[in-house]
Design a protein around this ligand. Structure first.
Ligand SMILES: [Zn+2]
Length: 183
């Protein structure tokens, strides 16, 4: 089911300057054509459990199939969004607040800004950031690192893992209306 409340929360807490969990690395997502969806449950794929997914909305169909899929989007969101983030509701209902925020930001990081031929951030004619789906910073097997040592990318990940989390737990509590009531 559509999750407009999640889109609103992401805007307020993460994208907006002054949000409790504001992350300037997502600046290109302010005013992005992005919608959120709850899936009832996680699913298994290639031996992993998929908890969230970010995608550029594309219809790999034509004719009535495409029209039907477009119609579904319009009924959910009032339009066909350019990007769609889907989260597993069963996981989100039981995970910790920090795990939830990490999942949301993980999916946000998948929606990156295109770069031009010189490697600078790309914008369209109206000055809006050009967006695309980007892969993970690091994809590696534990066994390869154990046998051959960390690559440069893995070293960056290790350095980040060794530093204290940049988001204080208190800010997560503040960013959640429920936690505020209890605190
Ligand atoms: Zn991912």
């Amino acid at each position: 089911m559509p999750a407009p409340e999640l889109a609103h929360w992401v805007d307020q807490a993460i994208l907006a300057k002054g949000g409790e969990l504001h992350n300037p690395e997502h600046a290109h997502l302010v005013d992005a054509d992005m919608a959120f969806l709850w899936a009832p449950a996680a699913f298994g794929k290639a031996g992993r459990t998929v908890l969230g997914q970010a995608e550029q909305v594309m219809f790999r169909a034509g004719g009535w199939q495409k029209a039907r899929q477009e119609q579904q989007m319009i009924e959910w969101f009032g339009c066909v969004p350019e990007f769609l983030i889907t989260l597993a509701a069963d996981y989100c209902a039981t995970c910790s607040d920090a795990e939830f925020c990490a999942l949301v930001e993980h999916e946000l990081y998948h929606v990156g800004q295109r770069t031009d031929e010189f490697g600078a951030p790309a914008f369209d004619k109206l000055g809006r950031p050009k967006l695309r789906i980007v892969g993970h910073d690091v994809e590696e097997f534990v066994g390869v690192v154990a046998r051959y040592g960390p690559s440069v990318d893995v070293q960056r990940l290790v350095a980040a893992a060794g530093a204290a989390p940049a988001v204080p737990r208190l800010n997560i509590a503040r960013a959640c209306g429920c936690c505020l009531k209890v605190a």
